[in-house]
Design a binder for this molecule. Structure first.
Ligand SMILES: [Ca+2]
Ligand SMILES: [Ca+2]
Length: 77
């Protein structure tokens, strides 16, 4: 019973966090590269990455990531 309630609290925590919080800009250039996106989305394909990169600058900014999350383009994690 304890395990069930703990699981519920954990699920609520995950649901409350923004979906893009999982992606980390590890080199600090202000954009998420394909490699940085792969850390959060291991099944991401280059084709999907290009689709998400709507301004074609080779990196995903937070706006593009939020739009992709809303559109459901990103693979499930
Ligand atoms: Ca980066
Ligand atoms: Ca971009």
């Amino acid at each position: 019973m304890t395990r069930t309630s703990l699981g519920g609290a954990f699920a609520a925590l995950i649901a409350a966090a923004p979906a893009f919080a999982a992606v980390e800009d590890s080199d600090g250039d202000g954009m998420f590269s394909f490699d940085e996106m792969l850390v959060a989305y291991p099944t991401l394909t280059e084709e999907t990455f290009i689709t998400i990169d709507t301004n074609g600058d080779g990196g995903i900014d937070e706006e593009e990531l939020a739009a992709a999350t809303e559109a459901g383009v990103l693979p499930a994690t």
